[in-house]
Design a binder for this molecule. Structure first.
Ligand code: CO
Length: 212
């Protein structure tokens, strides 16, 4: 019944292990954070950001939601992005999706799932945008995998369309943007897209900033 107690016991064990390695570990950890990476990933329990990249506490600023979406009206995501880019001045923003994503799979279907329809609608728009290419893929599983990749690509482009990123490119020449897909059947991450700081983007999405 009290399954959750296991987590608290694990935590004590973990803290003791850290202290065994370095008696000042938590003194240092409590001081400050200076992560170089912002990770925008899926909430799926099988894709833990730090674990699959062998990162430690303090090294990655993390935001996760269903199907790793960058929605330009999502106050939560935008607040995380602004803080990471302007205050922490991360060097890289990574959007990491994964094959077998339940959110992407649900968006490919026609079942009414209630409130989450509105969230998944963003993926349907991506499907529609690439409809011709996707329809040419006869195997449904291959089409699913491709949509996972296209979804990541679209979210990285969405980042580049924000004033937060464009202003940072102008002021700090950072961050670089990356789109990855994690394959949980092999444990390996595949690189899908890289957008370097300062890259050209479609003119309709480009903002001009007055001289300050
Ligand atoms: Co997912």
């Amino acid at each position: 019944m009290k399954d959750y107690i296991r987590l608290l016991l694990n935590n004590k064990e973990w803290a003791e292990e850290r202290l065994d390695e370095d008696e000042n570990y938590f003194v240092e950890l409590a001081k400050d954070q200076k992560p170089e990476f912002l990770w925008i990933g899926c909430a799926d329990s099988r894709v833990p950001a730090e674990e699959i990249t062998k990162m430690h506490p303090g090294e990655v600023f993390v935001h996760r939601n269903v199907a790793n979406l960058v929605v330009h009206t999502d106050l939560n995501l935008l607040s995380v992005l602004q803080y990471a880019v302007e205050v922490l001045q991360v060097k890289h923003v990574i959007v990491c999706g994964h094959y077998g994503c339940g959110g992407v799979k649900a968006a490919m279907g026609n079942t009414d799932l209630g409130l989450i329809n509105k969230w998944l609608r963003n993926i349907k728009e991506t499907y529609d945008k690439h409809g011709k290419d996707l329809k040419d893929i006869e195997n449904e599983h291959t089409r699913f995998d491709r949509l996972v990749e296209l979804n990541v690509e679209e979210q990285v482009k969405n980042l580049s369309k924000t004033t937060i990123i464009q202003r940072a490119w102008k002021n700090f020449e950072l961050p670089h943007l990356h789109g990855w897909v994690f394959d949980m059947s092999t444990g390996i991450i595949k690189e899908i897209i890289n957008i370097e700081s300062g890259s050209e983007i479609d003119s309709i999405f480009k903002y001009e900033f007055p001289m300050t």
